[in-house]
Ligand binder design. Structure first.
Ligand SMILES: [Zn+2]
Length: 103
């Protein structure tokens, strides 16, 4: 049941200029509406992805900060350029850069 024009996680990530993990986080946190195929892959409607992009990727100008350790995953959503502390590996990590504005 995939309508023509639906986007994969990777396509949505390219459109928003973020990591595919960020798209997964947006989807799981309810920031980005999506459907799931029987295979478990997510599909996004282009209009939903573009709406999120137009709101500044997260709607509040925040970007995710990830721990370098995959198992620790997302630390927090914060302003671009800010840092977050991972208590589990006792290290600081910086946010992803803000998505480039569309030319
Ligand atoms: Zn960590």
């Amino acid at each position: 049941m995939t309508a023509a024009g639906d986007l994969t996680t990777r396509e949505a990530a390219i459109l928003l200029g973020v990591h595919t993990r960020t798209i997964t986080t947006y989807a799981d946190s309810g920031r980005l509406p999506h459907s799931k195929l029987p295979s478990g892959h997510r599909r996004f409607k282009r209009v939903d992805v573009e709406a999120l992009r137009d709101r500044g990727a997260t709607g509040d100008g925040l970007v995710p900060i990830w721990c370098a350790d995959r198992d620790h995953g997302l630390i927090v959503f914060a302003l671009p350029g800010s840092r977050a502390y991972c208590a589990r590996c006792k290290s600081w990590f910086v946010s992803e850069p803000a998505p480039e504005p569309a030319a």
